[in-house]
Design a protein around this ligand. Sequence first.
Ligand SMILES: Nc1nc2c(ncn2[C@H]2C[C@H](O)[C@@H](COP(=O)(O)O)O2)c(=O)[nH]1
Ligand SMILES: [Mn+2]
Length: 211
Amino acid sequence: MDSSSSATPIRTFPPLYKSTGDEKKDMLAFIHVIERLKTQKRTGWVNNNVSGPESIADHMYRMAMLSMLVDDQSLDVSKCVMIALVHDLAEAQVGDITPHEGFTKAEKHKLEEDAMKSFVHDMLHGSPAAQRIFALWKEYEEGVTPEAKFVKDLDKFEMATQASEYECDQKTPLQQFFDSSIPRLRHPQVQSWGETLMQEREDVQRQRQQQ
Ligand SMILES: Nc1nc2c(ncn2[C@H]2C[C@H](O)[C@@H](COP(=O)(O)O)O2)c(=O)[nH]1
Ligand SMILES: [Mn+2]
């Protein structure tokens, strides 16, 4: 929740991993922890009673595919794909925290950064691959490079797309997910995708009213 909120966030987290000192066992622990991204459902949908909600991994997969659709020659597409695939990695440890749960941005960032450092050092022993994962995650968090800004747009657009699909399938009103994403898109191509999505949503709503 933003700084005005006094509510103490109620969340529990699994204990941070303790390295065994055996690099192979610790690497396998990291590989296993990724399963949580495949199984953990995205909180925003769970909180809005969406049935059969997507997982965190589902969300990141479509973002990786959206990265491959960009036709902006100034962007490093491979880097965008990698950033999309790691941007919510910390949620394997701290879960999927929505903007309305009582955490300040700083608290959420600290929880996620501690989780990432545990993955990088305790599970992956600071390997070059681990450092690359951390650097990509940090780049996204900082949101300064063109690739990070683009993937942040994809994070919002992918969520709006998923919300429109849930509205279609389940007639669950999810207006808040469009209000907090579409107006904030900045990359021209993603803005265009957003306009097309909103037009489709209007057409579907109109057809429904005519039935
Ligand atoms: N109830 C709302 N939930 C929202 C909103 N915007 C984002 N969210 C959810 C979506 C995810 O479950 C979670 C954060 O997603 P990240 O991809 O940023 O980790 O928060 C909203 O406006 N309302
Ligand atoms: Mn995300």
